[in-house]
Design a protein around this ligand. Structure first.
Ligand SMILES: [Zn+2]
Length: 290
């Protein structure tokens, strides 16, 4: 039997927290082999933003993020890196007094930098982009929708991966994103519905999209008991490496412990975990198997 090893398909690290080297090392000690690192908003890296220094702030954040990607690789795991413009960043920037039209222009500039890094192979994709999962103003939803469309265009043109942060409204979430993705012509196999609910995961799978399911024991247990299709399923910690909030939503090594516990309890078998943690990761991220 092939050795069972584990992947974290969506996580964040920050030098303000444990940092990528420590996180990846600890993940590796638990038989972790692969992590997808996704850029955090600049303020998580200790970069303060003022309306006058937005582009500089974002350039600095991207630089710090690239450093985190290198550090994780130095710790001996395989890594894919995605940088985006999180929907919450739109709300935050408008909140500090940046005009909506300037937020949109900034997001387009940031996405252009990120797409160019992806085209050169320095990063592997764009993420997170998408829609707010909480109540906000309609014009802010309009702005994030334009950002998502832009990300789809770059993904289509440069063969970049995309991680979507969305509202988890089941069929409607997947259907409305699918409509946009088809208009743009981005292939579904490049797109992840991140932090998916089981209903979103099933609808996404039916349309050929990938999903990352949070590696919470209770959620995974329901997923495996319901026998949801695993053809395009991945598991994530969505760890944010914030020293003030350790292990929200999970620490990367906790998702491994949860998967192992479910296997011991007979809720999932080793073959299924192998397909999710190795085969699907190799397919989606295009990395060499361990
Ligand atoms: Zn995330």
């Amino acid at each position: 039997m092939r050795k069972l090893v584990f992947a974290d398909a969506h996580a964040h690290t920050s030098p303000e927290g444990l940092g990528a080297y420590k996180v990846a090392s600890r993940f590796r000690e638990h038989d972790g082999w692969f992590m997808a690192l996704v850029m955090l908003p600049p303020w998580h890296y200790g970069v303060s933003l003022s309306p006058k220094s937005l582009v500089e702030g974002y350039s600095k954040a991207i630089e710090i993020f690239l450093g985190e990607c290198s550090a994780a690789r130095e710790a001996g795991i395989k890594v894919s890196c995605l940088a985006g413009f999180h929907p919450a960043e739109v709300d935050k920037l408008i909140g500090i007094g940046v005009k909506p039209e300037d937020v949109l222009a900034l997001a387009e500039q940031v996405l252009e930098m990120e797409a160019s890094l992806c085209r050169k192979g320095i990063i592997q994709g764009i993420g997170e982009v998408g829609r707010q999962h909480y109540k906000t103003m309609p014009e802010r939803v309009a702005i994030v929708t334009s950002i998502m469309i832009k990300a789809f265009e770059y993904a289509r043109d440069y063969d970049c991966l995309v991680h979507l942060h969305l509202e988890n409204a089941g069929y409607v979430t997947v259907r409305t994103v699918n409509d946009l993705a088809r208009l743009v012509g981005v292939p579904p196999h490049l797109v992840v519905f991140h932090h998916a609910s089981l209903r979103v995961a099933e609808a996404a799978e039916n349309n050929g999209y990938y999903t990352t399911l949070p590696g919470k024991k209770e959620l995974l247990s329901r997923a495996f008991s319901k026998n949801i299709p695993i053809e395009t399923l991945l598991i994530e910690s969505d760890y944010i490496d914030d020293p003030k909030r350790p292990c929200v939503s999970s620490c990367p090594w906790e998702i491994i412990e949860n998967e192992l516990a479910l296997m011991r309890e007979g809720i999932v078998d080793e073959e299924t975990l192998f397909r999710i943690n190795v085969d699907n990761v190799v397919k989606y991220y295009g990395v060499e198997p361990p």
